[in-house]
Design a protein around this ligand. Sequence first.
Ligand code: DON
Length: 335
Amino acid sequence: MNKQDDRNDLEILVSEMKAIKSPLRRYLNELYAKYKTLDEGKVADYIPELAKAKPDWFSICVVKTNGQVFEVGDSRQDFTIQSMSKPFMYGLALEQHGREFVSTKVGVEPTGEAFNSIILDEASNRPFNPMVNAGAIATAALIRGEDPPTRLNRVLDMFERYTGRKASVDIAVFASEKQTGNRNRAIGYLMLNFGMVPPNLDESLDLYFQQCSLLVNCRDMAVMAATLANNGINPTTGQRAVEAQYIPDILSVMYTSGMYNYAGQWAYSVGIPAKSGVSGGIIGVVPGKLGIAVFSPLLDSQGNSVRGIKVCEQLSRELGLHIFNLSNQQSELLD
Ligand code: DON
């Protein structure tokens, strides 16, 4: 029986009321108001469907590992998960094949390059890491199933465990990704040339386009991040989403490669495992404590949300979240 079954509606209501009145909630409201007017950056338009996002959408959500949820702004606005799907797919591939086999197909070295760079590790022909497109396509190719619907359903089941609600794919975004995905096909065929992915590559590319087109909202993303922070157990449902033994694998590649060519600056100034997506989301994981998600579609030149980075920098600094911050006490806002 999962934790949600144990909790009656009154308990859930009381916990939500507490969250509304809490100092953390007030603090997030202030952060939201501060950055709401920042309108630097540009909505992604290299996939036509993504260009339909409203530039002023903005939300911040924090989910603690005790299951408390704090959300402000457009936190129930649906958007597509995009590259934020990558760490979760990596976890599924690890569960299905184990660490040893997966490491023969995708490495763990940061590239310092853009997310869509067409490069492989020359010594091994592997993609550098599962956070860049090459590694994510190789990871999608690893997902087991006798036919495409079975493989997609396994992926959707996995996302449902992380969010606690039904998963679905935005068909228009999927079609748009597929139609404009020649660069991803080029990356895939380069890997096929080296025998790094099986010959049913077009099916694996479809699965990659579908995983990017999964519909989520900012609250879902914070729950997913909190699930990683909670050693693989969704703190709002009590359901295990991924085996605990793979949490270090997922978090370490998020830490070193989750922000692509901004990963070093992010590790320095925010200091938590993270992943961004071109729809404008950023998730951050504070191990053992909380998950953060920020959603704002205005992106910088590296494809990361401008407001998302600002919010995470300030949150990390003021709440003492940097994982190497050994001297500061944790902020009382998190008590
Ligand atoms: O072009 C792609 O492969 C995307 N659909 C995923 C891109 C993405 O989110 C990259 N991250 N910032």
